[in-house]
Design a protein around this ligand. Structure first.
Ligand code: ADP
Ligand code: MG
Ligand code: MG
Length: 482
């Protein structure tokens, strides 16, 4: 749990509760607005390839401190550069992950691909990172933002988040608050990320080559993915997007004479991974072989294997240690600014420092969250559950995990609307996590594109440990700046 009775509550953008008849009317409209504008997903409980449910959303935008939002936006190009530099630092990645890969099979498999690619030399010097840096405001530091994590693979929700701003503006306007719309920042996440993919496609410089999306066997978050595909085709009519699973790439993919990736007769310029970030996406060696094939190809990968590894929780933990940032950032002001967004992150490697963190976690577990090298939500262990989890592990097994200070975000109050949920919805206590998207393209020597590209807000019940929207615990939202 991330809050208690003393947690401060942020001022709401409008007075609540709403009168019941108004709430019923505007909620019904907002649900239809969401479905009609693609703020939607496929249902996990009643899956049909022919129908969609609206994605859970917060009716009225949740407040977020303006200064902190602006700080996060301004920091993104620095974080992009940081991650680009980390991804290209072979020694840092190798030493940082050395203990982890002894016990974490999935990270070891990724690392093996990296090792093999290093041994043969990179076929494609350029990488594209579509990153999302996630934050929560931390109440005990005046609501200063703290980084929850950085994502370098399958950073999702740019498509739907872009739709949420007009949806919540519609709701505010319906309720007579058009004067407040200017406090909701524009969100161009979708265009920003897709234009990034097309910039990479331009670098590849083959007019007939396609952009390949690597997808799961079943894409529940289909609208978010399709928004990217449709935006690319609508904005750049000559560029085709293909969607393939890792299994299909294994079946159909091969390398041409210049190591270009070929699917049938189609050459692939850019590979955008929306799958491949968790063990369940690799059913057998075939999927690993497909990943390796793509990695050794000439296609520009989003992410390339070194970018993927740079986004592991272990690397994030290493970056937060004193003086490490100096290795990657020159400007002392920038080092200071980035250092401030880190909260305590501790190694659990099998050494003196790791053993000290272990003891600390057993003594005061309520201060911490325990994280494995996984993505996609639902993998962490919180507070009082940590000692048992740690005690079940051997000393070496612990090095697959990191320990992190819990961030305590302020509360907001509002209506969370979910498919099949209460009508009218009830007012609940919620907390929000802000994601800032960034695009960075370059090779080991140069960065050729680096920009911030929109944002997303996910909001969950204050009593929930995690708020994955795809996992059904959180809701889509956008910041109302106060
Ligand atoms: P993943 O890569 O699986 O998304 P995260 O590090 O983002 O992993 O953790 C998942 C969720 O757990 C976050 O979205 C957030 O709700 C919660 N969480 C993670 N780290 C913290 C933290 N330090 N303090 C409070 N909540 C956290
Ligand atoms: Mg993640
Ligand atoms: Mg996350």
């Amino acid at each position: 749990m991330s809050s208690d009775a003393n947690t401060p509550v942020l001022r709401n953008c409008i007075r609540l509760p709403l009168a019941e008849d108004e709430l019923l009317e505007v909620t019904a409209k907002a649900k239809d607005y969401a479905i009609m504008h693609g703020a939607a997903m496929r249902s996990k409980t009643a899956f049909s390839p022919d129908s969609l449910n609206f994605a859970p959303f917060v009716l009225v935008p949740s407040s977020f401190p303006r200064k902190e939002f602006e700080k996060a936006v301004a920091l993104q190009p620095i974080i992009n550069r940081l991650m680009h530099n980390v991804a290209h630092d072979e020694e840092f990645i190798t030493t940082t992950l050395a203990e982890t890969i002894k016990v974490d099979e999935f990270t070891a498999n990724l690392f093996n691909i990296y090792r093999k690619v290093l041994a043969h030399g990179f076929t494609q010097a350029y990488s594209i990172g579509l990153l999302r840096s996630d934050y929560m405001a931390h109440v005990s530091e005046g609501c200063a933002i703290k980084q929850v994590e950085i994502n370098t693979v399958a950073s999702s929700f740019a498509g739907i988040a872009t739709q949420l701003v007009p949806q919540q503006k519609f709701v505010l306007s319906e309720m007579g608050h058009a004067d407040k719309l200017h406090n909701m920042p524009d969100n161009n996440a979708l265009a920003g990320l897709c234009d990034g993919m097309v910039k990479a496609w331009d670098i590849y410089a083959k007019p007939k080559a396609v952009i390949l999306f690597i997808i799961e066997d079943v894409s529940y978050n289909i609208c978010d993915q399709r928004f990217h595909e449709f935006y690319i085709r609508e904005t750049y009519p000559h560029i085709k997007v293909l969607r393939r699973t890792l299994t299909e790439v294994h079946r159909e993919g091969k390398l041409g004479q210049s190591k270009e990736l070929l699917l049938g007769s189609q050459e692939v310029a850019v590979i955008y991974f929306r799958a491949g970030y968790e063990p369940g996406h690799y059913h057998s060696q075939a999927e690993w072989d497909a990943r390796y094939l793509m990695e050794t190809s000439l296609a520009i990968k989003c992410p390339s294997i070194h970018y993927h590894l740079a986004g592991t929780k272990k690397v994030q933990q290493a970056l937060a240690q004193p003086a490490v940032l100096e290795r990657f950032i020159n400007d002392p002001e920038e080092i200071k600014a980035v250092g401030k967004i880190f909260t305590g992150l501790y190694s659990l490697d099998d050494n003196e420092a790791g053993n000290a963190s272990y003891e600390m976690a057993l003594r005061t577990p309520e201060r911490f969250v325990l994280k494995p090298q996984r993505e996609g939500g639902g993998n962490n262990v919180y507070g009082v559950d940590i000692p048992d989890a740690l005690k079940r592990m051997s000393r070496v097994e612990r090095s697959a995990w990191i320990l992190m200070d819990l961030i305590h975000p302020p509360l907001t109050k509002g209506y969370m609307v979910r498919p099949g949920g209460d009508m009218p919805p009830q007012i609940v206590d919620m907390v929000s996590e802000l994601g800032i998207f960034g695009v960075v393209i370059g090779d080991a020597e140069h960065i050729v594109h680096n920009y911030q590209a929109g944002h997303m807000l996910r909001t969950k019940l204050s009593t929930a440990n995690e708020g994955g929207v795809a996992a059904g615990l959180g809701a889509l939202d956008s910041p109302y700046l106060i």
